[in-house]
Design a protein around this ligand. Structure first.
Ligand code: 2M8
Length: 463
């Protein structure tokens, strides 16, 4: 990887020179750890951690799960406060909202803010303002890892309090969101996947009527804090807003999605996370006095459905299924690699995904010369600077690394780990990174980057 420029190491806490991949010395790792802890501390806000003070000043769902894993390494009680705070905002139907708004912040501190979502008008929404969407359900594995890292009595009590809420989250996804009837959950908005503007959503989004000019009526907050050329376009946002408006009009009810909703897609990541969550719940259940059997059965059903509905043997990877056309989306994005997190993924799919990851498209190797990109490097629509259309992200690399560890590829997992550490050593705790140079992009002090760096530095065994 060549030298990163933008962002540079944080001068207060950052390492001076962390060397090349795999050659990061112990002293440098100590400095990196201090940088990560300082970043989490600076983003802590009473009972949760903001992803970024500038770009994302509220609480985000899957960010909080990753961040809880980071806290478990340094201040375990915060891991439990983080998750408990998020699940206090769970809706009566079991959905865990993707944003929980901090009422103390001024109007306009994020777009779209609480006034746009109007969650208070929806049945079963909590008293605090939230969005009406979900994000990948990575919380049960996060809670399990946090407990395993520091298995105290207080941790166990917190985990047991969380257990029924995690079960309700799964039930919501497996029932209300199984619009395709094939045993998978669908996302109703690209934001639900967490990979907002991934090329995976281009085809299903193109069918949503929208005009970029509608954005003149709103004030985007993101482009005031980040380079507009790195963010989704105004046309993307016009579609995002139109899809939320359609869901909000029905008060975020899921009963007639198939008949009315303009965006319905089965996402490999959301469903892989849902399967991995059942595996984690099977570990948690005995601590909470519950039977792990049903979780194991559900996990097996989800893996089977994922392979049946989203795996394409001709490409050897997983693709989203657009329920409007009942076809797989052809784009080969990093979403396709995420089913590796499933411990029961059949050997055929594991080896196909390892081959896909090691191909020129994603460049995974025992010694990586560039970080894992979010999209196929060889695709004509690969964009190295634009958000989820090419840049490298720590959370997706972390998920793929866990999958590799779980499937007996510690050599490749170590290559990925080195490249993740090197990114932060070169550029700081940025939100995302240039997939060629490793330069830091987006927010410079980002929660999950710091949290997951702490986790990979600890290098705990899989499980
Ligand atoms: C990004 O998404 C939000 C909308 O939810 C945004 O662009 O404003 C994504 O990277 C998402 O995965 C992440 O959870 C969120 C906060 O970090 O930011």
């Amino acid at each position: 990887m060549s030298t990163g420029t933008a962002g540079g190491p944080h001068t207060d806490h950052g390492p001076r020179d962390a060397g090349t991949a795999g050659a990061t010395g112990p002293r440098d790792l100590g400095a990196l750890r201090r940088l990560a802890v300082a970043t989490l501390e600076a983003n802590w806000e009473h009972d949760h951690t903001v992803p970024s003070r500038t770009l994302y000043p509220h609480q985000w769902s899957w960010d909080s799960a990753f961040i809880a894993i980071g806290w478990s390494h340094v201040r375990p009680e915060r891991a439990w406060r983080e998750l408990a705070g998020l699940f206090r905002a769970q809706w009566l139907d079991g959905r865990v909202p993707h944003i929980v708004f901090n009422p103390a912040l001024r109007v306009g501190s994020y777009f779209p803010g609480p006034e746009f979502w109007a969650s208070g008008l929806a049945e079963g929404a909590p008293a605090v303002a939230t969005s009406g969407l979900i994000q990948p359900p990575v919380h049960a594995p996060a809670a399990w890892l946090a407990y395993r890292r520091f298995p105290s009595g207080a941790g166990r009590a917190a985990l047991c309090r969380l257990y029924p809420r995690l079960v309700a989250q799964q039930r919501y996804l497996a029932t209300r969101r199984d619009v395709g009837g094939g045993g998978l959950a669908c996302v109703v908005h690209p934001w639900e996947s967490g990979l907002d503007n991934s090329p995976a959503w281009d085809a299903p989004l193109a069918a949503v009527p929208a005009d970029a000019a509608v954005m003149r009526a709103y004030r985007r907050h993101d482009t005031a804090h980040a380079d507009a050329a790195h963010r989704p376009t105004d046309l993307d946002y016009a579609r995002y807003v139109a899809i939320v408006a359609s869901y909000r009009e029905r008060r975020y009810r899921d009963d007639d999605l198939a008949a009315r909703h303009p965006f319905l897609v089965e996402c490999p990541l959301v469903n892989a996370a849902m399967g991995a969550a059942e595996h984690a719940l099977a570990r948690i259940a005995p601590l909470a006095g519950a039977d792990p059997g049903p979780h194991r059965e559900r996990a097996a059903r989800i893996t089977e459905a994922l392979v049946r509905r989203l795996y394409d043997p001709t490409t050897g990877t997983f693709h989203p299924r657009d329920l409007r056309t009942d076809r797989l989306v052809p784009a080969r994005t990093v979403l396709g690699l995420t089913p590796l997190v499933l411990p029961d993924l059949p050997a055929r799919q594991v080896s196909a995904l390892v081959a896909e990851a090691c191909s020129a498209r994603f460049g995974l190797a025992v010694r990586m010369d560039r970080p894992l990109p979010s999209h196929d490097r060889t695709a004509p629509d690969f964009e190295p600077l634009r958000y989820w259309r090419g840049p490298s992200w720590m959370n997706v690399s972390w998920l793929v690394r866990r999958g590799l560890l779980g499937h007996g590829r510690p050599d490749l997992a170590a290559g990925l780990r080195d490249s993740m550490i090197e990114l932060v050593a070169r550029s700081g705790c940025h939100e995302y990174f240039h997939p060629d140079t490793g330069a830091g992009l987006g927010s410079p002090a980002f929660g999950w980057t710091a949290a997951l760096l702490l986790d990979v530095l600890a290098d705990d065994p899989p499980g």
